[in-house]
Design a protein around this ligand. Sequence first.
Ligand SMILES: [Zn+2]
Ligand SMILES: [Zn+2]
Length: 387
Amino acid sequence: MANAQASVLEHFEAPLASRRFPLPSQLETGAALVRIEMAGICGTDVHLWKGQLPISLPVILGHETVGRIEQLGEALERDWTGQLLRVGDRVTWNSATSCGECYFCAEKRQPTRCPHRRAYGVGYRCDQPPHLLGGYAEFHYLCPDTTIFKIPDNLPTESVIGAGCALITAIHGVERICVERAADISSDQDTNGMPILPSLWRDNVVVQGAGPVGIAALAVAKNAGAGTVIVIGGPKQRLEMARRFGADHTIDIDEVRDSSGRIEAVRQLTRGFGADAVLECVGSPVVVTEGVEMCRDGGKYLVLGHYCDAGATPFNPHVVTRKQLQVFGSWSSEPRHLRAALEFLRTTQKQFPFASMVTHRFPLERANEALMTSARWQSAKSVIVPA
Ligand SMILES: [Zn+2]
Ligand SMILES: [Zn+2]
């Protein structure tokens, strides 16, 4: 029987193991088998490797993946947008699938909170068939109901992986602050509706963090009409990247070391008022207290970076009342955000060079090294390219 190589997380904080798994002898109706072209390493993979999220091992990591259709199951004819799918087509897909029927999916239209949601590269053990449910492998099995997207010919794989799950996360997050009832509005268009990103028109926006989510949030904010975007973070090369992506101002946390200095710097750049919106893309609890102080009165604060529970932080709720703030959270993304991301990437390649974020490439045999360069912050984006 034909089989495929994969890199497997068997024990937390131990090197990934190279294993072989049988390819499925027959595909389920609506399923697909994909030959992987490139798999991105996400910061979340590092957290998973460290055991900071509750998952059951062994797992093939990798939830940012592009590949070519190797085999199509019966009844799978079109992608999520209605384009015909053929063997050889280059595709990507949403890593998580919601049930579509529960309280959150059907009634509240917030499928990212579906309790039945499971994500490739996170929530599937690989010791049970169909085994190949993560990106660090030669092949990926796409279960029925996976939301698949054909990638336009003029959009490079590097752009899709360079943007990774950070971009769809940022699109959803910015949508949350732009449309207070985004879920209700999107409910009449839930089959193929684009996210509604009406406007940060001329707004002053602060992005806390210059990692992949911060860079993506900067790009989405700019594209949504933001007037001035200030990115706060480090190290230097990440802030240079932010400037290449159109940041109007950057504040280096290694230069402006104290919180009050950074709050003051934001005030000075916003005529003394503070920012209309502050987007937290760091994942460190202490930055939240600082971030709400950077909001103007009546402004908005989005907590986007806390995918892991990094603990509590002292917080004075009086600030929210007194400043009349709106505070938002946003978890993961929906299929329509991936659809929008691909269109966004295709049309803005010159302005937002996401492909240039792919700085380190590794063959599948060196997947562990790829993960370690991300863990040590040595790369903007590490990717695995199976031979
Ligand atoms: Zn991710
Ligand atoms: Zn559901």
